[in-house]
Design a protein around this ligand. Structure first.
Ligand code: HSE
Length: 431
């Protein structure tokens, strides 16, 4: 016979925390019917007791000291939704040492300190659940751990940052500039007042580290992920990409190659008929290729109070079932070992290049001969427009080793007729 009541301590009651309270209060009876256990929020850590009590927390004890939750013998599950790294880490360590199961949405923390925390969980006979850390409400961690476990995952490609996807969608559909689209995303509450983690690709890189560790059974260091944001993307490139049959997206990509794993986050041109090209606004989607299942894509809301709350509560339910022996133990991340990482410089990519040159005879010939010397094969090259004596040239290469492409770029930059290398964007397109 399992426990009739399982007590939860909630660390933080902001956006995601309120979603958790809301779902447990609206759907508590339904959940109890499924797992034959009542899930009860016993204590909530808040910043100040003077602030108004969030709805759904009637009768719940509010505390301002996390220790009151971490050391409470009646609390079995600690839910960390305060975000940030240092305090969250300290609280989670405290909870694990006290034998509590932990549920967290904190991708920054797990991507940087996951190994240490999973180790501590194992030493204390408990586990950490983190479905909400990637893709908000999209089921992604558990499908990777369980439903796709039979596969060797060959590739992950994800739109896993809603803020940047919203900005790129507005630029594409309304022809907004990057600056205007970012301002609008901030006004609508999608982008933070300091949007740097989103627009510079860091948020997506943290999430990729978590996905890649599960997909490739590997312990991933953040510095093995090449990271480039969308801050240099222009409307002109989005328009040219559309003319060439591509959509521009910020993708987080993991490839399993023979020599090692390649991990990267960067603006990417994808064919307009790729399923990820249809993922717009703040939506997220993660596309996998498994050797058995083939191609699969999961789509939904990657952020927000209720979608993220949905994933957190699902984890709470899973822990409750574990405590009550309705399910067995989970996959142990602590056993993931470092795997060889293949540097992006030796990876074969396809590139989009936009440059400005003096409009004079021989420019195309010079470009072709430099690319030829570096074994860069061209897919297409066109002159887009001319302003006074300056021509704008766009070209797309075939798949070539990155190192060779950048050697060619160095030589091109040194040509007297070249005024500017205006843009370089990687293209994902199977040959
Ligand atoms: N800032 C993230 C995004 C949500 O825009 O997708 C939290 O991970």
């Amino acid at each position: 016979m399992g426990k009739e009541i399982i007590n939860i301590g909630l660390l933080g009651c902001g956006n995601v925390g309120s979603g958790v309270v809301n779902i447990l209060s609206n759907n508590g009876a339904e959940i109890e019917g499924k797992i034959k256990t009542s899930l009860k929020i016993k204590k909530v850590l808040v910043r100040s007791l003077d602030k108004e009590r969030p709805a759904g927390l009637e009768g719940v004890q509010l505390v301002t000291d996390a220790q009151e939750i971490i050391t409470d013998p009646d609390i079995q599950i600690v839910v960390e939704v305060i975000g940030g790294v240092d305090r969250a880490k300290e609280f989670i360590k405290g909870a694990l040492k006290n034998g509590k199961y932990v549920v967290t949405a904190n991708k920054d923390l797990l991507a940087q300190h996951g190994r240490e925390l999973f180790q501590l969980a194992q030493e204390n006979g408990v586990s950490i659940f983190y479905e909400a850390s990637v893709g908000g409400g999209i089921p992604i961690i558990r499908p990777l751990k369980h439903c796709l476990a039979a596969n060797k995952i060959l590739k992950i490609m994800g739109i896993i940052n809603g803020t940047t996807n919203y900005i790129l969608t507005q630029m594409t559909t309304l022809e907004m500039s990057y600056a205007d689209a970012l301002k609008e995303a901030q006004e609508k509450g999608f982008a933070e007042q300091d949007p740097s983690s989103d627009v510079l690709g860091k948020d997506a890189a943290y999430k990729l580290a978590i996905l890649a560790s599960l997909a490739f059974n590997a312990s991933i260091e953040m510095d093995s992920i090449y990271t480039e944001g969308i801050d240099k993307v222009t409307l002109r490139d989005i328009r040219y990409a559309e003319e060439l049959g591509y959509k521009l997206k910020l993708l987080a990509i993991g490839d399993r190659e023979e020599e090692g794993i390649v991990l990267r986050v960067h603006p990417t041109l994808i064919p307009q008929n790729h399923p990820l090209a249809a993922v717009n606004y703040e939506f997220n989607a993660i596309f996998f290729e498994g050797d058995a299942v083939g191609e699969i894509m999961l789509y939904g809301r990657g952020a927000g109070q209720m979608p993220t709350g949905s994933a957190v509560v699902a984890d709470i339910i899973e822990v409750a079932r574990l405590i009550n022996h309705q399910v067995d133990s989970d996959i142990m991340e602590v056993e993931f070992a470092p795997k060889p990482i293949k540097p992006l410089s030796s990876y074969k990519s396809k590139f989009y290049l936009r440059l400005k040159a003096i409009d004079q005879p021989g420019v195309f010939a010079n470009l072709s001969s430099i690319f030829g010397e570096e074994k860069v094969s061209l897919d297409m090259i066109i002159q887009k427009r001319k302003v006074e004596d300056t021509a704008e040239i766009v070209l797309v290469t075939h798949h070539i080793v990155e190192e060779n492409f950048f050697k060619a770029i160095e030589k091109i930059e040194a040509l007297p007729a070249i005024k500017e290398i205006s843009q370089i964007i990687r293209v994902e397109n199977k040959e």
